[in-house]
Design a binder for this molecule. Structure first.
Ligand SMILES: Nc1ncnc2c1ncn2[C@@H]1O[C@H](COP(=O)(O)OP(=O)(O)OP(=O)(O)O)[C@@H](O)[C@H]1O
Ligand SMILES: [Mg+2]
Length: 263
């Protein structure tokens, strides 16, 4: 007898997404297994954020389903889902005057009841998250008084403090200098290796995405162009289809991963 276990991870099943009369994604099917780092790539406006929001249940599909471990995500209880999955939206908005520490504490909400006292595990999750993005020294500063990159790292700390095994990150490296971009991606890779963290990020830097991802999902104006390993996805033909970009793809001399050189 064969056991028909549901596939572990996130999946889109003939997923169609859009806003009112504007269709954005049509009949997309994808499987993003647990334990992998996936990057979603594609030109501005092709629907990357829309897809990520639908996978976090922030947007209801017009057709099709998002599955988490084989089960329709819309069937999950909200609190249970927030323990399973954390999302960093593209342009998050912080409450006026909130400090970094108080923002990050909000990540603990799914683990706490209305009367739960602040526990050691909550404090250590927040402290770990701030330290992971080198923001401990900024804990008492209001978010509104930080630089763009510091603010972005505070938001990443919030998502880390949520202690979910699956992260959906919309452009986590925007506003970051190159060193901090690499530090954030390396941190995600480390947590992936050490704790099996699954991460789906929208990224614009194709070469960093190739370095730090197991799987790429390349979208174009007309939907999915390619998905697979970085070498399967980042071909000149796919880059031409997705971006209208003429490019050469050579092995990165340091990592051997594909390196896109626009022509
Ligand atoms: N709230 C909304 N209401 C109506 N249309 C929207 C809304 N959000 C996005 N869109 C439209 O949906 C399409 C896809 O937008 P989306 O934000 O998913 O693109 P993206 O791939 O994330 O782009 P970018 O790289 O610029 O972040 C765009 O045409 C956009 O104008
Ligand atoms: Mg976007």
């Amino acid at each position: 007898m064969t056991l028909d276990l549901p596939p572990a991870g996130l999946a889109a099943e003939r997923l169609s997404l859009g806003y009112a009369e504007r269709p954005v994604i049509a009949e997309l099917s994808l499987a993003l297994p647990r334990g992998e780092l996936t990057a979603i790539l594609g030109p501005n406006g092709c629907g990357k954020s829309t897809l990520l929001r639908a996978m976090a249940r922030l947007l209801a599909p017009s057709a099709g389903r998002v599955l988490l471990d084989g089960e329709d995500i819309h069937r999950r209880d909200t609190r249970a889902l927030a323990r399973e999955l954390a999302i960093l939206p593209q342009s998050p908005i912080a409450p006026e005057g909130i400090t970094v520490a108080d923002l990050v504490k909000r990540g603990r909400t799914p683990w706490r009841g209305p009367f739960t006292p602040w526990r050691d595990e909550d404090a250590s999750a927040c402290a770990d998250a701030l330290a992971a993005v080198q923001m401990s020294a900024f804990a008492d500063r209001p978010i509104g008084e930080l630089s763009g990159g510091q603010r972005q790292r505070a938001w990443i700390a919030l998502v880390l403090a949520q202690s979910a095994p699956l992260l959906l990150l919309d452009e986590p490296t925007t506003y970051l200098d190159l060193v901090h971009q690499i530090e954030v991606l390396a941190l995600l890779r480390r947590r992936n290796r050490e704790a099996g963290l699954t991460v789906v990020s929208v990224l614009h830097d194709l070469n960093l995405a190739a370095r730090f991802s197991d799987r790429l999902v390349l979208l174009g104006r007309d939907g999915l162009v390619a998905t697979g390993s970085p070498w399967e996805v980042l071909t000149p033909a796919h880059l031409q289809t997705a971006f209208g970009l003429a490019a050469r793809v050579d092995p990165d001399p340091v990592t051997g991963t594909p390196m896109v050189i626009p022509l």
